[in-house]
Design a protein. Sequence first.
Length: 445
Amino acid sequence: MLRQPGTRMVARSCGHVAACIGSHRGFVVLLADPACEVAPAVRSFMLRVAEPPQSSRPPGVNAESCSVVLEEQCTRHWPYSVVSGKFPGGLVGHAAQGSMAFFPDVSPCGCRASDVVQSIQDKGKYMNILQCGGQQFLLRGWNWQDEPVYADVLSLHDGGWLRLNIAELRDQISHLLQLPNGSIDVPTCSAVSSTEHHFVFHIQTMSGGKVAGAVRLPSAHGGPKSLRDAKLTSAEVSFVRRWPPEHSISSLGSVHEHPVGDALMLHGDWCCESRLRLCILHSSSGDVDCVRLLPPPAAGSARRRFEEYGLGALDVCLEPGIVCGCGVAFMQLPPPSVVLWDLASGLVLAEYDPQPSNPCGRPRALGGALSADLCHLEHVEFFAGGRWRTGQISAALGMEDQLHDDVCQIVCADGVVVIVSRSSVRRALHVEAHDVSRALHAEAD
């Protein structure tokens, strides 16, 4: 929680952090200031690292020693009584008279803090309000038998409006709920979600299966500034699909969800015995990528925190294929360890421990047991990048798991962790341990 010293507390969380994109390295920090003299405010700061040019950097001073610059960029006022920062895209303020306002975090270019405030006067007429990239999706109240299903779309950056009828999504999902014998697979629970460009509706059914569908939202940018003047249009259905009970996406148990770009990440609760089940639902196609994340080393603090209190946060970077997670954070206690997984295989890549025993926050050596046929191959050679390289097998592979018998995790001489096929790994022949160490250092140089 972020709070300016001397200001009164507001309900819920009152801060938000967003990363800038492209070459604008840094973070935009939004800070709620309810005691501002003019009116309750949201203050925006740019947090970035000031790195001097390489030529002017003193000898022995690296980038980690450079200063951090905090620059206030703008202040936005709106009479909120409650403000929340737990949603993607910025802060959301609520007023006592039933209105609400959105404070986007970054500008459309992604290089600076936004200075826009978009307010909605009658939020009670909406059943769900979801963030979809630079737009707000506002679903009106409806039931399954209604002919039209109306929703409004608000552009957060220019205030343009658009009205939608998404009844086609409801109709196609209803068709998938019909079983071959003519009966209906009754929904047991349902949820609405959003990604960068889509509204997603997913259902768990009585048979144990799952049904989901999504519509792609047209852009409201440049639309009328008044909802009354907005035109009504139909939304294009991107997909509707049904998965059987034995599919991973149907058997997550208690489902937690989080948008990841234009995909939806779904995962269950943490369980070291069955691993953490994670599914990536691509909202443009309905394709699903599933993986089980292996537990971190038993000797590390991350695994103990997972087992005692569960998972605190989980996020995915799709392009490099990395999963990042940590345990629950407690007030006035050190932050929890952060674990990195490989999205394709579920293997643990590293555990970053911020405890005083590891002040630099560097990844600790990973412990664990290897299968019998690999436990003696501490120093190995592997073929990657068109050549044979030398490295050491990481002991956190979970190689006893039959799901991962065909891959191997290796720490290279330069500290880079790679995952390669076991068929490309061989014993480092005719090399003593001290010779391997010397060879590793020579290769790193």
